[in-house]
Design a protein around this ligand. Structure first.
Ligand code: FES
Length: 360
C-alpha cells in the first residue's frame, strides 16, 4: 500500500510504520506525506544594474570605491598619529584613554573603509553575469592549471582590476597602510629608555620593606597571621606610587600563609626565608601569569584557576600538577623590631611565566 513519493505520483502516501501489516497486529498510521513537491521556480530573470547601463553612475561608483579606500588609508595614518600624539609611557590614565580611543577609531575606520569599498566594488562594478559551475574532481593536471590561469585572467578582465588603475592602486595603498598601526604598536613592548629584562627582574621588594595588606596597605604583624590564614600582600609604599602603579603591583604581589613550622619541608639554604611557619610566595603563576589565588588550607596546595597548575606550599611551592614548569618564587621574609613582617631582599629570581627565566 505504501508508495514512493519520489516517483512523482500524485497519490498521498501513508507513511506510518506497520501500514499494510494488519496481520502483524500493528495498526496503520495516519501521517501523510504529500507526493507533490513545490516545483522549482528557477532563477528570476536577470536584471541589469544601473551601473551596467549608465556610464555616469558607473563612474560615480568607481569614485565611491576610491574614496572608501582612501578613507581607510586616512584611518591607518590617523591611528599612527594618535599613538604618537598620546604617549602612554608616563602612566597617565587620561593619556591611556585617549590613546586607546583614537588608535581604535583610526583602525576601525581603516578596516571599515577596506570592507565597505570591497563590497561596493563587487556589487556595483564587478561583472554581474550569472553562470553555473559544474562539479568536477579536484586534480592538479596541466589542463586544470591552464583552466585556473584562464579563470584568473577572466576575473581580472571582469573585475577590471588591471584596467581600473585608480581603484587597484588605492586598494593596494589601503592594504599596505592597514597593518602599519599594529607594527607601530609593537614598540610599546620594549620601552626605548629602559632595559626590559631589568624591568621584569626587579620588583619593589627590598631589604626592610614591610609587607602590607592588599589593597589597604596596612602593615602586617607576624602575630596577625594565624595558622591556616592567607593574606594578599603588596609592598609598603605601593599605594603612594604616582606612576606605573599597576605594573609595579603586577610584579610584586605576594601570597602570605602560615603553616605549622613542622609542616614545612625547607631546603637547607632557605631555612631562614620563612618566619615561624609564615611563608611568602609570588602570586603570579609561572605558567602564563594568572594570579594564583586559591589556597587549600588542609593540603597546603595553591591552585591557579587558569589552567589548574598546583603548587605545594610545604615544599617551596614546587609544581605538583598542571602546565607550570617551575615553582613560585619565594620572597625571603623576617620581622623587624616592632614585630612587623618585612622582606629580607627582592625575589632572587624573576617572577611570572617561565619564559622570563631565559632572560636571567
Ligand atoms: S596561568 Fe596558571 S596554570 Fe596557566
Amino acid at each position: 500500500m505504501a508508495q514512493d513519493a519520489k516517483n512523482g505520483s500524485t497519490d498521498a502516501v501513508v507513511a506510518a510504520s506497520g501500514a499494510g501489516h494488519a496481520d502483524d497486529g500493528l495498526s496503520a498510521g495516519t501521517a501523510v506525506i504529500p507526493a507533490d513537491a513545490i516545483p522549482n521556480p528557477g532563477h528570476p530573470p536577470h536584471r541589469k544594474r544601473v551601473t551596467d547601463t549608465n556610464p555616469k553612475k558607473e563612474k560615480r561608483a568607481e569614485r565611491t570605491v576610491f574614496t572608501l579606500f582612501f578613507l581607510s588609508i586616512i584611518g591607518s595614518i590617523g591611528a599612527i598619529a594618535a599613538y604618537i600624539a598620546f604617549p602612554i609611557e608616563n602612566g597617565n590614565h587620561e593619556m591611556v584613554r585617549m590613546s586607546t580611543l583614537f588608535v581604535g577609531l583610526g583602525m576601525a575606520l581603516a578596516l571599515f573603509g577596506i570592507g565597505v569599498a570591497a563590497i561596493h566594488w563587487g556589487k556595483a562594478l564587478m561583472n554581474d553575469k550569472e553562470g553555473i559551475d559544474e562539479r568536477h574532481p579536484v586534480r592538479g593536471d596541466d589542463a586544470t592549471r591552464e583552466e585556473a590561469a584562464e579563470i584568473f585572467h577572466l576575473a581580472n578582465e571582469e573585475s577590471g582590476f588591471g584596467r581600473r588603475t585608480l581603484i587597484r592602486n588605492s586598494l593596494i595603498g589601503a592594504l599596505v597602510a592597514f597593518p602599519l598601526p599594529g607594527v607601530v604598536l609593537l614598540r610599546s613592548l620594549a620601552p626605548h629608555d629602559q632595559d626590559p629584562v631589568a624591568l621584569l627582574k626587579e620588583t619593589m621588594w627590598d631589604k626592610g620593606v614591610r609587607l602590607t595588606r592588599d589593597p589597604s596597605g596596612t602593615p602586617i604583624k607576624a602575630s596577625d597571621v594565624t595558622i591556616g590564614s592567607v593574606f594578599h600582600v603588596i609592598p609598603e609604599g605601593l599605594n603612594e606610587l604616582e606612576h606605573d602603579k599597576l605594573n609595579a603591583k603586577a610584579k610584586a604581589i605576594v601570597l602570605l600563609m602560615r603553616l605549622k613550622p613542622e609542616d614545612l619541608i625547607e631546603d637547607e639554604n632557605r631555612k631562614g626565608w620563612s618566619y615561624d611557619g609564615i611563608v611568602a610566595y609570588s602570586k603570579v603563576c609561572t605558567h602564563v601569569g594568572c594570579p594564583v589565588a586559591l589556597y587549600e588550607q588542609q593540603t597546603h596546595h595553591l591552585l591557579c584557576p587558569c589552567h589548574q597548575s598546583q603548587f605545594d606550599v610545604t615544599r617551596h611551592c614546587e609544581v605538583i600538577f598542571g602546565p607550570a614548569k617551575r615553582p613560585l618564587p619565594q620572597l625571603p621574609i623576617t620581622v623587624n623590631d616592632e614585630g612587623y613582617l618585612v622582606a629580607q631582599s627582592d625575589f632572587t629570581e624573576p617572577v611570572g611565566p617561565s619564559f622570563w627565566e631565559r632572560l636571567s
